[in-house]
Design a binder for this molecule. Structure first.
Ligand code: ARG
Length: 230
């Protein structure tokens, strides 16, 4: 564990987001930060024997803040990429995701990623989708600091489509999206989420070991079922 010499438990700042359903978001009734990432990180800290304090910020700030060593840990549905690995050490993968196209529920013109040439494609600033749109679609990326704005732009007809992480699109479409957003086509990429640590952090191995235990003892499966219902 990470117990300090004097017997006090170590405490670490965990950088996260507060608008990425169902991984980290504010509970409408209580205003509390909840979600799969929040539960998983809390269970890891408990298993490893350290305390954590979540600090919510914009996603690109998390990537930058972990890279510069400003925060000890980051959990935010962050895809493990070769580019990020230059500045960030990742845990083992903890969630399999990927990107998908979504359009207004009434749109029958865009049926897959091949129909995006010349279209306005909304997403979140600094996400893997922003790069994907630029490199693979022929569409113009329009990046927003909050993904909800991207979805709203599609629903209100100001953007043609959105590309973003499958679990977030599906969760939003079936909740706040209120039937006005639909996914089209196949998964565009396979992506794995990892917990982020500053380069060379000793905490990475400690957290990774705890994550392995949670995968083995059924805790991970319980949390997965709680948030994804499978
Ligand atoms: N998986 C994508 C990425 O790593 C999007 C993550 C967005 N996460 C968030 N908390 N807003 O770029």
């Amino acid at each position: 564990g990470a117990a300090a010499e004097d017997g006090e438990r170590e405490s670490y700042v965990v950088a996260t987001d507060n608008a990425y359903v169902p991984f980290e978001f504010l509970d409408e009734e209580t205003g509390e930060l909840v979600g799969f990432d929040i539960d998983l990180m809390t269970a890891i800290a408990e298993e490893a024997g350290f305390d954590i304090e979540f600090e919510a910020m914009e996603f690109d700030g998390i990537v930058a803040g972990i890279g510069s060593g400003r925060f000890d840990i980051g959990i935010a549905g962050m895809t493990i990429t070769e580019e990020r690995k230059e500045n960030i050490d990742f845990s083992q993968p903890y969630y399999d995701a990927g990107l998908i196209v979504a359009v207004h529920a009434d749109n029958d013109e865009i049926n897959s990623v091949d129909d995006l040439d010349g279209k306005v494609v909304a997403t979140r600033t600094g996400s893997t989708s922003e790069t994907y749109i630029r490199e693979n679609t022929g569409g113009t990326p329009e990046a927003f600091p909050q993904i909800t704005e991207a979805y709203q732009n599609v629903i209100q007809g100001r953007a043609d489509a959105v590309i973003y992480d499958i679990p977030n699109v599906q969760y939003y479409a079936s909740t706040e999206g209120g039937g006005q957003l639909k996914t089209v086509g196949e998964a565009l990429t396979g992506e794995e989420y990892g917990i982020a640590f500053p380069k060379g952090s000793e905490l990475r191995d400690i957290a990774d070991e705890a994550l392995t235990t949670l995968k083995e003892n059924g805790t991970y499966a319980d949390l997965y079922e709680k948030w994804f219902g499978e």
